[in-house]
Design a protein around this ligand. Structure first.
Ligand code: SAM
Length: 331
């Protein structure tokens, strides 16, 4: 079983400090960490955070970010994943935290390489604004001599059989056989109730999201740090990819799960959603719930929703939907 240390030890494979990240950071020497991947508290009043004014929040973040930059190696990267801070009130102003935090990173001399949009489909259903369905990951580097490898994170081509049709390369395949650049919009399901990776944490990272960063921005045996480790997704992803993982988590209920997950990752037993699995489409999966009984104006019980192409061979409506339809048609 992997020995997960509780204090930073450069010879270890994994360190999980149950406590404040400032204490862990203080133990790490300058220029030690190749990659920081984290999602800090967003100051939105989750169970694990006390909501404070935006000014105070940003000042506290500046201290932690400063420490993360100190421990980062000159070829290293820092990926800060955030969403929106919502001001008080029923329909308060939203403040995209990456915009608010950007001056802190820039002031420390970091260079922004990508602002990755992470799109997911599950979340709160807003009634007075559009429901939020993306967050961002700002990828910064400490210098211009940064480590970046594209090949391990290429994704399948849309048209892998496409060939050049003219010129000196006519007849040859026109795309990279290893796959294409994944781009800066990542469609990866967030970890909600039925997700195979779900734990007791309300907002854990999907493993795949972290693995893309780990595989492209670090090398085997490098240190990957998450100062706000939660249930240890960053560490588990690092260990799965043959890197070392370090992190801190304030709450015991998450820190304990983090240690278990890191050990399971080391043993090859962590349950994960396989990389590049297409997003689940209930209609393609044949769910009978994808036809609405409310919007159909056709007398045919199984007519498709207006504007939606009929799908061949799909099961007809469930009995409850049929009953509702019949009720409507009898008005
Ligand atoms: C957004 S969650 C991160 C979840 C994580 N990405 C995962 O996959 O599980 C932020 C976490 O930071 C922890 N936290 C908040 N302040 C902290 C601090 N000063 N030091 C260490 N952990 C802290 C919270 O308890 C919470 O679990």
């Amino acid at each position: 079983m992997l020995d997960v240390k509780t204090r930073f030890d450069a010879s270890a494979r994994a360190v999980l400090h149950h406590g404040d990240c400032r204490d862990l950071l203080a133990e790490i020497g300058s220029d030690t960490i190749q990659l920081v991947v984290t999602s800090p508290p967003y100051n939105v009043g989750k169970a694990y955070e006390a909501k404070k004014s935006l000014d105070i929040y940003l000042r506290e973040q500046a201290l932690i970010i400063g420490e993360c930059v100190r421990v980062l190696s000159p070829s290293g990267s820092l990926c800060w994943q955030v969403g929106n801070y919502v001001e008080k009130g029923k329909a308060g102003n939203i403040v995209p935290l990456d915009i608010a935090l950007y001056p802190i990173f820039a002031g420390l001399g970091l260079k922004l390489r990508n602002r990755i949009v992470w799109h997911f489909e599950h979340g709160l259903h807003c009634t007075r604004r559009l429901s939020g369905r993306y967050e961002t990951i700002c990828w910064f580097t400490k210098s211009d001599e940064y480590h970046f490898e594209l090949d391990p994170i290429r994704v399948p081509q849309k048209y892998p059989g496409k060939k050049h049709f003219k010129g000196p390369k006519a007849g040859q395949y026109s795309c990279n056989p290893l796959g294409k650049n994944p781009g800066d919009v990542w469609v990866i399901p967030n970890v909600k109730n039925n997700h195979v990776e779900k734990t007791n944490h309300p907002c854990q990272f999907p493993i795949e999201l972290v693995e893309r960063l780990v595989l492209s921005l670090s090398k085997p045996d490098d240190w990957v740090l998450d100062p706000y480790a939660g249930v240890g997704t960053t560490l588990a992803a690092a260990v799965r990819c043959g890197r070392r993982g370090a992190g801190a988590e304030l709450l015991r209920e998450y820190a304990d799960v983090a240690v278990e997950r890191v050990r399971a990752a080391a043993a090859g037993e962590l349950r994960v959603r396989a990389r590049n699995t297409p997003v689940y489409d209930p209609a393609d999966a044949g769910s009978t719930l994808t036809r609405s009984p409310w919007t159909s104006s056709s007398p045919a019980a199984d007519s498709p929703v207006v504007g939606q192409a009929p799908r061949e061979g799909k099961p007809v409506l469930r009995s409850e939907q049929l009953r509702l339809l019949e009720e409507r048609q009898s008005y």
